[in-house]
Design a protein around this ligand. Structure first.
Ligand code: NAD
Length: 488
């Protein structure tokens, strides 16, 4: 069967290549994390499908590139409208496929998908400009030229949102695209492919190959006709992709993992600090940016812990389609077991687990209780490794110097949250934190004009505004001499 019905919506489970649906000899089973129910058999791509998709994208590139930002923009703005018209459908399907909250898909995530497309289309038309400047009478003119075929590889925790963060600027820059979505969450990518067709995006400009990372992702990243690789996922996969990209010297953009600190200073509003800390359980902890290491000044640690416990006790875990639910399931049994493994090993080490610490037996399935480890041993696995689940730890510090040393003491540098009631103090701290994004007395405020990315092992490159185009485009400087011109 090439079409399945999910949340009352017909979804094609075949690849989308050159404007048509393409089958594979093999399929894989896709299930819902909500209750383990079968959603469908999905095409399982490999070298053959990747070759077809890259060839289609390469053939479509000259035409798409030649259209220029305005004509491309018209189609992309139509695509954004179509996403807006289909928010309901996309939200319901995404929730069944990845288990994140329906209410946030409806209100935040899917409207954001439309914004990702619209924002970058408009940026290419209106903002992608550098004032020419003179060098000894010569004029430097800077342009952002389309670069070719962009391979986009994305994770499962915010499938369509993170994919369109790449698709938007890549298509707006004039590149053509081959998307390989995460194997656990393929469905909204298929619906999105249908919308690109409806929007009049020419065949071959946008392609989707489904399948496993090692089978479909690997040949895509090693393909000599791919001109850009943009990847969001884990550090170990990024290392494999970097090696594949090295052979062709293909430029890479990496958005990777984190183990971000949430710092609570003695001068902080502790109610606000506790609210922000509890928010780190959002999406069942499956958020790269989560401040999973809560670092609290010793003098306020007990008071903070009390407030945290009171707020965390109110978290309602359950079916993500229920509007009262705060936290849904983990994505997949494999990931659930990985999280449980971290917690079991922490228990075996004698770490102090003061909340949660295992599956939610009432709900069964893939629901893991929000967990807090207090005062873990410095250097313990639970402190250093990204768990990507609802597991936080809390440590104390006694000085700003110690807070900074602890905050910066990991291989990651994706984000940080600072809670302080003193602006000068907060500014001093942020200056020395190593992170791509720092939130002061807030969390998750994101503007597409701002740079986004990770320091250290949390990534390579920045997305947002012109930073996205610096990656997807070939940035060119043309120098015009003042002389050598013939009179017309
Ligand atoms: P993952 O690295 O396992 O997989 C991500 C994607 O890579 C999937 O599509 C997968 O199929 C593909 N892949 C796997 N092996 C591959 C290979 N050999 N060649 C090419 N592609 C391959 O990551 P995940 O478990 O899906 O996602 C969780 C990770 O993503 C976490 O580390 C999280 O922090 C990170 N993440 C980062 C951001 C960010 O913006 N920094 C956002 C979301 C998630």
């Amino acid at each position: 069967m090439s079409t399945i019905e999910v949340a009352g919506v017909a979804i094609d489970t075949r690849h989308y290549i050159n404007g048509s649906r393409v089958e594979s000899a093999e399929t894989y089973v896709n299930t819902s994390p909500i209750d383990g129910s079968f959603l469908g058999d999905i095409a399982r791509g490999g070298q053959r499908e990747v070759d077809l998709a890259v060839a289609a994208a390469k053939a479509a590139f000259p035409g798409w590139a030649a259209m220029g930002p305005k004509s491309r923009g018209e189609k992309l703005l139509r695509l954004a409208e179509l996403v807006e018209e289909n928010v309901d459908v996309l939200a319901n399907v995404e929730t069944l496929d990845n288990g994140s909250l329906l209410r946030s898909h409806l209100r935040g995530v899917m409207p954001r998908v439309a914004l990702n497309i619209r924002f970058f289309a408009e940026w290419a038309i209106n903002e992608l400009h550098h004032e020419p400047f003179e060098t000894r009478g010569h004029t430097n003119v800077i342009s952002w030229d389309p670069s070719g075929v962009a391979a986009l590889i994305t994770p499962w925790n915010a499938p369509l949102m993170l994919a369109t963060w790449k698709i938007g600027p890549a298509l707006a820059a004039g590149d053509t695209v081959v998307l390989k979505p995460a194997e656990w969450t393929p469905l909204t990518a298929s619906l999105f492919a249908d919308l690109t067709k409806q929007a009049g995006i020419p065949d071959g400009v946008f392609n989707v190959v489904f399948g496993y990372g090692a089978e479909a992702g690997a040949p895509l990243t090693a393909h000599p006709d791919v001109n850009r690789i943009s990847f969001t996922g884990s550090v170990p996969t990024a290392k494999i992709i970097a090696r594949a990209a090295a052979d062709n010297l293909t430029p890479v953009s990496f958005e990777l993992g984190g183990k971000s600190p949430l710092l609570v200073f003695a001068d902080a509003d502790l109610d606000l600090a506790a609210t922000l800390a509890v928010e780190q359980y959002d999406n069942a902890g499956q958020v790269c940016l989560s401040g999973t290491r809560i670092l609290v000044h010793e003098s306020v640690a007990d008071e903070f812990a009390e407030k945290f416990a009171a707020k965390a006790a109110l978290i309602k875990q359950g079916d993500p389609r229920d509007p009262d639910t705060d936290i849904g399931p983990q994505i997949h049994q494999v990931h659930f077991d990985r999280i449980a493994g971290f917690v079991e090993r922490a228990k075996a080490e004698g770490q102090n687990i003061v909340m949660g610490g295992g599956p939610n037996e009432e709900l069964g399935g893939l629901y893991f209780r929000p967990t807090l480890v207090r005062n873990p041993t410095p250097g313990a696995e639970i402190v250093t490794h990204e768990i990507f689940g609802p597991v936080l730890n809390m440590q104390t510090f006694t000085s700003d110097e110690q807070a900074l040393e602890m905050a910066n003491g990991t291989e990651f540098g994706l984000a940080a949250v600072v809670v302080s009631g003193d602006r000068d103090h907060a500014e001093r701290i942020t200056k020395f934190l190593v992170a791509g994004t720092i939130w002061v007395n807030c969390f998750f405020v994101r503007d597409l004009r701002a740079p986004f990315g990770g320091s250290k092992k949390s990534g390579i490159g920045r997305d947002g505004g012109t930073w996205s185009f610096d990656f997807y485009a070939d940035v060119k400087n043309t120098v015009f001499a003042p002389n050598g011109w013939k009179d017309k």
